[in-house]
Ligand binder design. Structure first.
Ligand code: NAD
Length: 480
């Protein structure tokens, strides 16, 4: 019997429908489930199994996860760019390597001991159990890998809620990590997710009674939601990082560093330079230096207008900063279609033939310009002229919107650097380097892709995902 094309499509559709209804047995799964309940139950079972294993075994799992991230970094980076249409493959590869190499493991879990006449008291860092982790579209597999290493190192299992626009690369990272964990002798389903993330599924996950900690990495909407959940929540929210340059800076280096940070992964990182505030004495000089680097195009007034029409939407809405939840009047929104796109693509779409190798578009604007005030997440750098250093710091504080996220400064004047660090009060403050030095890329210190400014944990690691437990022995075990 021969089937027509429409009959074949119908059979395929029905088979797929049946398959999606089929219950997935936890002992056969790769961590991806049809429902939130299944994903949480499986992760809960896995976490109990992990608790039966020695710490030495947990360390083997972490080592296997790092290896899996390294071995698959290029493939995952390609998948991420092709799925999300955002960012740059070579930079995503570097971000995944950074996660594999510099995300802390069990070594950051420290026990505190008090001894005295009354005996011995221990304070240990214990797991929460099952953590719900909500991840963004801008660094999807990096955030999943980084959260997984830290959360599992702390003894938790994780149910992820990936961004629907980055579901394939996110689920693929979960599968790879789970495979590595199982092959290293760990429990199945340490990391789980639903197959089809949605707002309803995220809400069900946050409210599931088995979830004891919710960690959200994303914009102000999701941070506000998890902070209102009634559960312990860690919020890693939006930023709009300014970079300030004063007249004492090494201008050549500052120009190079600012463009490198701003164009890294097409400006998707929440820490990336989003606007530069430069004191008048060196304003023209730094713009010339940036242009000398060869990968920068300066937009003229007419092109700025055209770019505004392309990348901004005229939504009248209130924006809330991720931190203080203070509404601010907002005239423009950002057209998501252009987030993370190459500088050349932006130029082509405003009718400019892109110069070879262009990575960043710069423009001279005033401080109220929407390119300064909105978190564009595109390789576009507005540069604002300030009267002097006090004026520059004042503008930078305004542009940061109280997010307490990240700021940069290029200066050789210790007093100016100290003043800005104090006044802007951000979680990360980078001096004389590109923004990414703040997450351990070319700077000292560990890395993270969940920077919890709003809730104050700062750069999260395994220790952040623990709860303190006190264990008291009276009259014994004081040995001196
Ligand atoms: P987003 O807020 O659109 O999405 C983040 C996650 O939250 C996604 O999983 C999304 O599905 C979910 N989500 C969003 N609104 C929701 C709602 N109302 N109900 C349920 N779920 C909801 O952010 P994005 O565009 O994917 O990522 C970019 C944003 O994240 C930027 O603002 C950036 O600064 C921020 N970010 C912050 C950090 C940090 O460490 N602080 C790291 C990366 C990104």
């Amino acid at each position: 019997m021969e089937l027509r094309n429409d009959e074949i499509s119908d059979v395929v559709r029905r088979v797929l429908q049946e398959l999606s209804k089929k219950e997935i047995k936890p002992d056969e799964s790769d961590g991806i489930f049809n429902t939130v309940d299944e994903a949480v139950d499986a992760a809960s079972k896995a976490q109990r199994e992990l608790m039966e294993m020695p710490l030495e075994q947990r360390e083997k799992l972490i080592a296997a996860m790092r290896k899996a991230v390294l071995e698959n970094a290029m493939e995952i980076s390609r998948l991420t760019v092709s799925e999300t249409g955002m960012g740059r493959v070579n930079h995503k590869y570097l971000k995944l390597r950074l996660v594999a190499e510099k995300t802390p493991g069990t070594e950051v879990l420290k026990t505190t001991a008090y001894t005295g006449d009354k005996g011995l008291t221990l304070v240990e860092m214990a797991p929460y159990g099952v953590i719900a982790a909500i991840t963004p579209s801008t660094n999807p597999p990096d955030t999943i890998a980084c959260n997984s290493i830290g959360m599992v190192a702390a003894g938790n299992s994780v149910v992820f809620s990936p961004h629907p626009g980055a579901v394939n690369c996110s689920l693929q990272m979960i599968r790879l990590l789970n495979k590595a964990i199982v092959e290293a002798g760990g429990p199945r389903n340490m990391l789980t997710s639903v197959r089809k993330p949605s707002i309803e599924n995220t809400d069900a996950l946050i409210n599931h009674p088995e979830i004891k900690l919710v960690v959200a990495t994303g914009g102000p909407g999701i941070v506000k939601k998890v902070l209102s959940s009634g559960k312990k929540a860690i919020g890693a929210g939006a930023g709009n990082p300014p970079v300030v340059v004063d007249e004492t800076a090494d201008i050549k280096k500052a120009a190079r560093d600012i463009i490198a940070g701003c164009s890294f992964d097409n400006n998707l990182p929440c820490i990336a330079e989003k606007e530069a505030i430069v004191v008048g004495d060196v304003y023209d000089e730094i713009i010339e230096e940036m242009k000398n680097n060869g990968n920068v195009y300066e937009l003229n007034e007419h092109e700025i207008e055209k770019l505004m029409r392309l990348i901004l939407t005229e939504e009248q809405q209130e924006a809330t900063s991720g931190c203080d939840i203070v509404p601010r009047p907002r005239k423009y929104g950002v057209n998501k279609r252009w987030v993370g796109k190459d500088a050349a693509v932006l130029l082509e779409n405003i009718g400019v033939n892109p110069p070879k190798g262009v990575e960043c578009l710069i423009c001279r604007t005033d401080n109220d310009h929407p390119f300064v005030q909105e978190e564009l997440m595109m390789p576009v750098l507005p540069i604002v002229r300030a009267k002097d250093i006090d004026h520059a710091i004042e503008l930078a504080v305004k542009d940061e919107h109280g997010n307490r996220h990240t700021a940069m400064m290029h200066s050789k004047n210790v007093d100016n650097l100290t003043k800005m660090a104090r006044v802007i009060n951000t979680t990360i403050f980078v001096k004389n380097a590109p923004s990414y030095a703040g997450i351990g890329f070319g700077g000292e210190g560990f890395t993270t892709f969940t920077i919890a400014g709003p809730t104050g944990e700062g750069l999260t690691n395994a220790a952040t995902f623990t709860r303190q437990r006190r264990c008291v022995m009276v009259d014994s075990f004081r040995i001196i």
